[in-house]
Design a protein around this ligand. Structure first.
Ligand code: NAP
Length: 188
């Protein structure tokens, strides 16, 4: 049975940008590896994780790399039809419907963790939800020209320590500095 909480994962730059023209504004190989490790790893080897994303985020993933492998891909869209996607992608018309399917049907029976992968409106609704536990936030320490953004983080979230498996020191790739941070929603 899937846990009834989810986490968000995002990389955002100094002006809170996350995307440009359907793509990522930067190329950070190790940061992408971190995204893949975080969203794929399970404690129970018989289980996998679910990733939930908006239609534009899904189609922003290079065609050869989607659906994201070894994860249950759930795409949110009000306009798409199932035939727009490979058979193993689950299409939902709302975040609520996606959570209902994961928590109340067989779909969730072999799912360990649920990851919210963007974009803007999915992140915004997810942060306001009672299902939200943490935001795994990669802070990219530069401004980029962007047309998709991460919403303001509500004051109910506080930074918590990274733990052993996530480096807390500043990272650098191709001259671009970034840092892994974790925000946790505090109990009201
Ligand atoms: N840096 C990062 O970590 C990161 C993460 C994610 C995405 N990105 C980037 O961000 C950009 C995409 O984000 P975006 O905000 O523009 O778009 P998006 O949220 O990925 O997609 C928007 C579409 O998703 C559907 N949708 C969203 N929320 C929904 C809901 N609650 N219920 C039903 N459908 C919903 C709608 O599709 P319909 O129009 O079909 O109804 C909407 O038009 C890309 O550039 C991508 O590369 C970056």
């Amino acid at each position: 049975m899937v846990q009834n909480k989810f986490n968000l994962i995002v990389a955002a730059c100094e002006n809170s940008g996350i995307g440009i023209k359907g793509n990522l504004p930067w190329r950070l190989k190790n940061e992408l590896k971190y995204f893949n490790k975080m969203t794929t790893s399970t404690v129970d080897p018989t289980k996998k994780n679910a990733v939930i994303m908006g239609r534009l985020t899904y189609f922003g993933i290079p065609a050869s790399k989607r659906p994201l492998p070894n994860r249950l891909n759930i795409v949110l869209s009000s306009k798409s039809v199932a035939s727009d996607y490979p058979a193993d992608v689950v299409l939902c018309t709302s975040l609520h419907q996606a959570m209902e399917k994961l928590l109340d049907t067989n779909l969730g029976s072999n799912i360990e963790s649920i990851w919210i992968c963007g974009g803007y409106s999915v992140y915004k609704e997810a942060m306001a939800s009672d299902y939200c536990h943490r935001i795994y936030y990669t802070e990219i320490k530069q401004m980029f020209d962007c047309d998709a953004f991460f919403p303001d983080i509500p004051s109910s979230f506080k930074i918590v320590p990274n733990g052993e498996d996530i480096p807390s020191e500043e990272q650098e790739e191709n001259g671009l500095k970034y840092q892994y941070k974790i925000y946790e929603k505090q109990n009201p």
